[in-house]
Design a protein around this ligand. Structure first.
Ligand code: PMV
Length: 361
């Protein structure tokens, strides 16, 4: 597939109004995407667990645009009009207009709700952009009813990517790869694909407890962060390492090798933060409590031999990952030892999910 394959030919049907609702999950990367080329092409491939509880539900109400020379839309977050998201969505519409040429014909009311608090420090861009992309694809599907499900999902991921790279991994599947990798069949820089190989039962229903260490606005936007990988002294080694880690994970998933999984995932998290610490300008996004939690996890793992590990995204919050069969002891430990390090004791219990769902009107 190339970008051109996503430019539609003539549509067989037309619509005048409609309403479409999709619920789309967040995801947590195991091998991290950090650094991109032009047009949201990732500098390295990444893989993520799709989440279940952390999601965005978006309803797109479609009517006629009375002034079709520009995009026309309103955004409502939790029933309240929210102009703060408009610039990001405007840029998104501009980027995807060539692939959805009908955008200016309609006025859109975009009504969106997150299951997690907006100020939780959990990025809503992956779930939010993927939910919006899916709603837009539902319009295109009405205009082109013969479209296959495979194409629908690929194009939804392709469009979501143009809103936020990690959003490309929130459409379909429990484990999703995005970015061309020589050993992963069907992988592409343009869209996310379901991980195509065998996955051991150890990884089924993997748990993710998210400790909200710092619920403030992100200090560094991911756009700035990705940009700092240009001219970064360690960029090339880092991109190579991501390819290697993804290769290693293939065997890890197949064998159910939890020990190697932990090594790769924690190393990826710390490498992501090392990249930020060694860019110019440099940043530290971890907080003292992030490090307290990491050290406690390491001691607990050493003492008990349980397979608990952590990962981080571009912030201070900690995702604690562990297999379902160890959930009882590990969640006891989290409650008694780690929740004290969360802002106002807040944390979210999540687990692997299976992707976005369309909701009835
Ligand atoms: O999707 P973006 O542009 O917000 O970038 C997300 C980057 C990380 O969350 C730090 C890593 C990843 O692969 O999700």
């Amino acid at each position: 597939m190339t970008e051109k394959d996503f430019i539609p030919k003539l549509y067989s049907n037309s619509i005048e109004f409609g309403s479409f609702t999709w619920s789309s999950p967040s995801n947590i990367a195991l091998v991290k995407y950090w650094g991109k080329k032009e047009n949201q092409i990732p500098a390295n491939p990444s893989i993520s667990f799709t989440l279940d509880a952390c999601k965005t539900t978006t309803t797109l109400k479609v009517s006629k645009n009375e002034s079709p020379n520009d995009f026309s839309f309103n955004v409502f977050l939790n029933e309240e009009k929210n102009d703060g998201f408009k610039p990001k969505i405007y840029i998104f519409f501009k980027r995807i207009e060539i692939y959805l040429p009908f955008l200016k014909e309609f006025h859109f009311d975009i009504e969106t709700n997150n299951t997690f608090p907006h100020s939780s420090g959990i990025a809503s861009s992956a779930s939010g952009m993927s939910a919006l992309a899916l709603c837009l694809m539902s319009i295109e599907k009405e205009m082109n009813p013969t479209m296959s499900d495979e194409f629908f999902n690929q194009k939804a991921s392709f469009l979501a990517r143009l809103g936020s790279g990690s959003a490309s991994r929130s459409i379909q599947g429990d484990l999703v790869c995005w970015g061309k990798h020589k050993e992963i069949t069907g992988s592409s820089d343009l869209f996310g694909v379901k991980y195509p190989f065998q996955v051991h039962d150890n990884f089924k229903n993997y748990q993710d407890t998210i400790l909200l260490v710092d619920k403030g606005e992100k200090q560094v936007s991911s756009t700035i962060g990705h940009d700092l990988m240009h001219n970064h002294p360690f960029a090339e080694q880092r991109f190579m390492q991501a390819h290697e880690n993804l290769s290693k994970l293939i065997n890890v998933f197949k064998k159910g090798d939890l020990k190697s999984f932990i090594e790769i995932v924690e190393s990826e998290a710390l490498t992501l933060h090392s990249m930020m610490m060694t860019s110019m300008p440099y940043f530290i996004l971890m907080k003292p409590n992030t490090l307290e939690i990491i050290n406690k996890i390491w001691s607990f793992r050493q003492e008990t031999g349980l397979h608990i590990c952590f990962t981080l995204d571009a912030g201070a919050n900690v995702h604690i990952l562990y297999p379902e069969h160890e959930a009882e002891e590990i969640s006891e430990f989290i409650k008694s030892e780690l929740v004290a390090y969360c802002q106002n004791g807040h944390y979210i219990c999540d687990r692997i999910g299976f992707g976005a769902k369309q909701l009835p009107i």
